[in-house]
Design a protein around this ligand. Structure first.
Ligand code: URA
Ligand code: SF4
Length: 265
C-alpha cells in the first residue's frame, strides 16, 4: 500500500488516490499544495469554470533540471505508463504510448490518444495522421521530429478509437502533467478538441475553429491550439490554417520560418 501511495505521489496521481479514498483528504490537500501539479478531479471538471480548470500547465522554469536528469525522469514516467493499470483503457491496449522526443524540447505537440498503429508500435503519431504531423514539423517548422516532444492526453488506445472518457482523461493526465513539468517547453500545441480543452483559457464547449489562430499565455508558456492532423486528412483545405498556427509558434520560439515551395506543408 505504501509503495502504491508513493507511486501515486511521484506520478502526480494524488487526486486519483483521493477520489478512490486511498488518502485522507487533509493529507491529500497538503500534498497537493506541495506539488505544482494540480490535477482536478472528475467532479471538479464538470463544475469548475475556466479559471479553476487551469490545471495542466505548470509554471515555466519552476523546476530546473539538467538534460540528463530530464531524460531519466522521462524514462521513469514512460516505464510507469507502460505498466499502468489506473483506468480501463489498459485492458484493450497492446502497448501503452508514453510519448517520445527530446527531453529538452522547446515545443510539445499533444494529441488525443493512440490509434491502431500507435498501439501496435508503442509510439505516438506513427500512422497516417502521424506522417502528416511529421511533415508539419519537418517541412513546416524546419525541425526534426526528434527535436520536439510528441505526447497524448491518454496513453492507451481507446477501443475503436472512441473519445477518451472524462475519468480516463483524469486518470491519465498526471503523466502528461509530469512530462510537461520535466521538459518545461516554451510552446505547447494541443492538436484537436480533446487536447485543447485541457488547457487554460479554452472552454470545454469551444471548437478548434473558434479558438485557434491565437497564442494563449499559460504560466509562462505559449499554448497554440490547432487542428488535429487526422482532421486535416479529411479536410485538406484547412491545412492553410495549421500553417498559420505553426507560424505563430515559430514566432514565439524566435525561429525563422522555413521557405515553402509555394504550398502548405
Ligand atoms: N492521433 C492521436 O491523437 N495521437 C496519436 O498518437 C495518433 C493519432
Ligand atoms: Fe494508465 Fe493512462 Fe493507460 Fe489509463 S490510459 S491505463 S491512466 S496509462
Amino acid at each position: 500500500m505504501r509503495r502504491h501511495l508513493e507511486f501515486l505521489e511521484e506520478s502526480g496521481h494524488l487526486f486519483v488516490a483521493n477520489a478512490s479514498g486511498l488518502i485522507a483528504p487533509e493529507k491529500t490537500e497538503s500534498l497537493q499544495n506541495q506539488s505544482m501539479v494540480k490535477l482536478r478531479s472528475t467532479d471538479s471538471r464538470d463544475s469548475a469554470d475556466n479559471e479553476t480548470r487551469r490545471s495542466l500547465v505548470s509554471e515555466r522554469g519552476e523546476f530546473k533540471r539538467s538534460a540528463k536528469d530530464k531524460a531519466l525522469a522521462l524514462e521513469a514516467i514512460a516505464k510507469k505508463v507502460s505498466n499502468c493499470r489506473l483506468c480501463r483503457l489498459c485492458e484493450g491496449r497492446t502497448n501503452a504510448v508514453p510519448g517520445e522526443g527530446s527531453a529538452t524540447a522547446r515545443v510539445m505537440f499533444i494529441g488525443e490518444g493512440p490509434g491502431a498503429t500507435e498501439d501496435e508500435l508503442g509510439r505516438p503519431f506513427v500512422g497516417r495522421a502521424g506522417q502528416l504531423l511529421t511533415k508539419i514539423i519537418e517541412s513546416g517548422m524546419g525541425l526534426k521530429r526528434e527535436d520536439v516532444f510528441i505526447a497524448n492526453i491518454v496513453k492507451c488506445r481507446p477501443p475503436e478509437n472512441r473519445d477518451p472518457q472524462p475519468d480516463e482523461v483524469a486518470a491519465c493526465l498526471p503523466y502528461l502533467n509530469k512530462q510537461i513539468e520535466v521538459i518545461d517547453p516554451e510552446v505547447i500545441i494541443p492538436l484537436g478538441r480533446h487536447s485543447m480543452r485541457e488547457f487554460a483559457g479554452v472552454g470545454e464547449k469551444d471548437t478548434i475553429s473558434r479558438v485557434r489562430g491565437k497564442v494563449y499565455p499559460v504560466h509562462g508558456r505559449s499554448v497554440i491550439p490547432t487542428f488535429h492532423p487526422a482532421y486535416l486528412l479529411r479536410n485538406p483545405p484547412e491545412k492553410v490554417k495549421v500553417w498559420a498556427d505553426i507560424q505563430l509558434a515559430m514566432k514565439e520560439l524566435g525561429l525563422p520560418i522555413p521557405k515553402q515551395n509555394g504550398s502548405t506543408p
